[in-house]
Design a binder for this molecule. Structure first.
Ligand code: FAD
Length: 429
């Protein structure tokens, strides 16, 4: 296996070079800057995306071996040296502007990286997505030039770890009912409250935090802030013990009179819900690729096993009950991947006037997340007794997959969101 090119510049050169030198660039008319993609974004070609997938698979084979994935899960701890490695590979800023060290390759590319990382380790994939999508992409989409220049380079190199905090113990699905306050003071705001279930919360240096600046104005009184966790008054109360995604550190974080300068408002004052909701659409789309990776992982563990193990004088895979499960797993993966990548491709290709349909983003993860849990369960069943053993990956895959039916809005909320999107289109709400 050839070594992975060692740095972002090399990856960028390798992956983007054909676009930069392509004669067709001469014929592309001047375009308006996209607000959902970096400046001068050009949708990647199928060849570039294939190249990126191969590079990510090479990275995962080298850096996220079976042993690393098992240790991450069983040790209940993210391998923190992974951040620098992900940064050096260029993966942390895949949707970010090249000016700040990003690759500016869009959402198909982001899905590919998350899929292949999650195939190797669901936990590493989830923490990666919280950093690169929930934090970095929110800054990319909503940050001012000054904010991007200040925060993106460290986040993209992996020197700093990012997170996003909206959920509270009393405000999960009904996130707009959050209680955390941000009171105006000299030169900024003072944040008070607690956020729950925050991915990367125990390790994060920079967190996008939502708080009520006008507590009586409901959804019209929420503002997004960029918070540096080194600020006095910030703490992580506890690291949470979970069923799955155990290597992705999740925390309950506390804000006790945390001062945030006005210059760290992300977007506009009291317009945090717009930042939150738009972020959620893309978050759901990209996170659906985490489920794709876990489905592939389920196939990776099941296919060789059922062909190697013999019972009743023949491979398990010659039994029609097992064949039925393999067919279901494979078809669920292919159907989910087709859904996710068609939505991502449409968003990339419509970059000049972005067309992001809520029902498509929510639909992609609604479908993929449930199918991934089913594939995890089928993997356990196909492996029989060994499927139930922690020395095999099947149980870990099933436990990790279940998260995607809960995080980024639950299955039930995704259905509500899709239903309401149709209600809006038909003018009935
Ligand atoms: C591992 C993990 C990582 C997470 N990471 C983050 C993060 O990084 N940042 C962050 O802000 N949040 C994060 N979350 C929080 C996550 O977004 C919430 O857990 C999720 O939105 C659900 O909220 P809840 O847990 O309060 O469930 P609840 O809202 O209490 O829902 C409980 C059940 O009731 C159902 N339900 C609720 N309302 C309705 C309704 N109106 N109609 C029908 N059914 C309904 C739900 O679907 C669910 O089945 C994470 C959660 C987990 C488990």
């Amino acid at each position: 296996m050839p070594p992975l090119l060692p740095c972002r510049a090399a990856l960028l050169q390798c992956v983007r070079a054909p676009l930069r030198t392509a004669p067709r660039a001469v014929f592309i008319p001047t375009r308006n800057a996209s607000i959902k993609h970096p400046k001068n974004f050009t949708p990647p070609s199928p060849d570039e995306l294939e190249e990126l997938r191969e590079r990510t698979i090479e990275f995962a084979r080298r850096e996220i071996t079976f042993d690393v994935a098992q240790q991450t899960d069983q040790g209940n701890e993210f391998p923190n040296d992974m951040w620098r490695k992900l940064g050096e590979a260029g993966f942390l800023g895949i949707t970010a502007d090249e000016q700040y060290g990003g690759l500016g390759m869009g959402y198909q590319a982001h899905c590919i990286i998350l899929e292949e990382l999650s195939r190797a380790s669901g936990s590493i994939g989830l923490s990666y997505a919280a950093h690169s999508q929930l934090c970095v992409n929110q800054l990319q989409l909503n940050g001012s030039d000054e904010q991007k220049a200040k925060y993106l380079p460290g986040l993209l190199s992996g020197e700093k770890i990012g997170a996003l905090a909206m959920s509270e113990s009393g405000s999960g699905s009904d996130v707009v009912s959050m209680k955390m306050t941000a009171k105006e003071t000299d030169g900024g705001y003072v944040l008070n409250g607690t956020k729950m279930w925050i991915t990367n919360g125990p390790d994060a240096d920079v967190i996008v935090v939502y708080a009520k600046t006008e507590p009586d104005a409901a959804s019209k009184g929420i503002t997004a802030f960029i918070v540096e966790t080194a600020t006095e008054g910030f703490s992580c109360a506890r690291k949470l013990d979970k069923l799955g995604m155990r290597g992705s550190n999740t925390g309950e974080i506390v804000f006790d009179n945390v001062f945030v300068p006005s210059s760290n408002i992300l977007g506009s004052l009291n317009k945090g819900v717009r930042v939150l909701m738009e972020g959620l659409d893309l978050e759901r789309l990209v996170l659906s690729a985490g489920s794709l990776g876990l489905m592939k992982a389920a196939l990776d563990v099941t296919l060789p096993y059922v062909h190697e193990r013999h019972q009743f004088g023949q491979p398990l895979a010659h039994n029609q009950f097992i064949q039925g499960k393999l067919a279901d797993m494979y078809t669920k993966y292919r159907a989910s991947a087709a859904f996710t990548y068609s939505v991502a491709r449409h968003i990339d290709e419509s970059h000049e006037s972005p067309d992001i349909r809520t029902q498509d983003c929510a639909g992609a993860i609604l479908y993929a997340a449930e199918r991934a849990t089913e594939c995890g369960m089928d993997a356990i069943q196909c492996l029989g007794g060994m499927g139930y053993m922690n020395e095999m990956a099947a149980g870990r895959i099933m436990r990790d997959a279940k998260l995607y039916e809960i995080g980024a809005g639950t299955t039930e909320v995704r259905k509500l969101v899709i239903g309401r999107a149709f209600n809006r289109e038909f003018g009935t709400r």
